[in-house]
Design a protein around this ligand. Structure first.
Ligand code: WQD
Length: 326
């Protein structure tokens, strides 16, 4: 089988390409390189530079490479930016997906995996979020992910396409320093950035209804997340006509304060955090029930937060060698 990985030159996409390749699958990367990096695409894996909004280019890539499955990650993913530019997010994430699905169904490609997000749940008021927890996204980013799931399921049903929507919780870590996230928009890299500047990391609010007052999240290692895609791809291939919606998390809550404590301990930077105002729109607690992925895919995360932090730090040091002084 040949899998087209849209967004395969990105942080998560590149890990999926690597995991798929190690599992013996052929891959082709389709990426517009707006945030993706061509150097992340391994030798021997073809790279098609294009947008998923370009239906002709997508269609040509599908036939040129005899694609038999698609893993779709190419999307915008900044929650704050989505509030400022909602129409841009709908165009990139929803219209881009619609055009892609049009080409995929026309070409008769049988399997489709969508990169979705825990952002579809908004502010869940349950300890463990199951796939049945109501989806009430808080920002256009999560709305576009939820609308994307609807598109995938509807197109799948109509065209007999096997589909999987994977709802990622908080992704961190790297398989190797070269594959690390280069963005600084999530907790772990934001703490690294502060420590590198010898400034205290920030805790955005400590008056939440959680054990230590700081927000609780379910962090999952990108290597485990990539393995979940391999498992989903195999499940779709093994049983056509499937329609999977799965949380991809560890089922373990870690608070912001606990994460920052582990980062300072593992990096040797001892600066104590400062508490600042809440960041608008942050839910107090978002932790997955990962039972369905375990039951249906036989997938379970293996790596913990220490692995996420140390591997992400390795990537950070590659780009910020001055941070090693701590
Ligand atoms: C985690 C916690 C912050 C930085 C977002 C998207 C989600 C997904 C992942 C997708 C929050 C706190 C952060 C800092 C802090 N995006 N924090 N100090 O908001 O849970 O999820 O990213 O592609 O859809 O919503 O992740 O890493 O930004 O924040 O206290 O310097 O860390 O307030 O509670 P979040 P995050």
């Amino acid at each position: 089988m040949t899998w087209l990985i849209t967004g395969g030159a990105g942080y998560i996409g590149a890990h999926i390409v690597e995991a798929m390749t190690e599992a013996g699958e052929r891959t082709v990367v389709y990426d517009d390189l707006s945030t993706g990096v061509a150097e992340r695409v391994p030798d021997g894996v073809p790279l098609v530079v294009g947008s998923t909004l370009d239906g002709e280019r997508v269609a040509r890539a599908l036939t040129d490479h005899e694609v038999t499955g698609v893993v779709h990650l190419a999307a915008k993913k900044q929650v704050a930016e989505s509030l400022e530019r909602p129409l841009h997010y709908y165009r990139e994430n929803v219209e881009g997906l619609r055009v892609l699905l049009d080409a995929v169904t026309a070409a008769g490609v049988p399997s489709f995996v969508l990169s979705s997000s825990a952002a579809v749940y908004g502010t869940p008021d349950v300890d463990l979020v199951t796939e049945e927890t109501p989806c009430v996204p808080l920002a256009p980013y999560g709305e576009t992910k939820l609308a994307g799931e609807w598109l995938v399921r509807a197109a799948g049903r109509a065209a007999g396409l096997s589909t999987a929507c994977l709802r990622y919780f908080n992704v961190a870590g790297a398989a190797r320093p070269e594959l690390a996230d280069t963005g600084v928009s999530n907790l772990v890299p934001m703490v690294f950035e502060k420590l590198t500047a010898e400034e205290p990391p920030r805790v955005f609010g400590d008056d939440y209804p959680t054990p230590d007052g700081t927000c609780v999240r379910d962090y999952v290692h990108v290597v485990d997340l990539a393995e979940a895609h391999v498992a989903a791809a195999r499940a779709l291939r093994a049983s056509p006509g499937r329609d999977l919606t799965l949380n991809i998390g560890r089922g373990e809550g870690v608070s912001v304060r606990e994460m920052i404590d582990r980062v300072t301990a593992l990096t040797g930077h001892g600066l104590a955090p400062v508490v600042t105002a809440r960041r608008p729109g942050d839910p107090a607690r978002v932790v997955a029930s990962a039972d369905r992925a375990a039951a249906l895919l036989g997938w379970k995360a293996r790596l913990g937060v220490d692995d996420m932090i140390t591997s992400a730090w390795g990537g950070w040091l590659l780009r910020h060698p001055e941070a090693a002084r701590g």
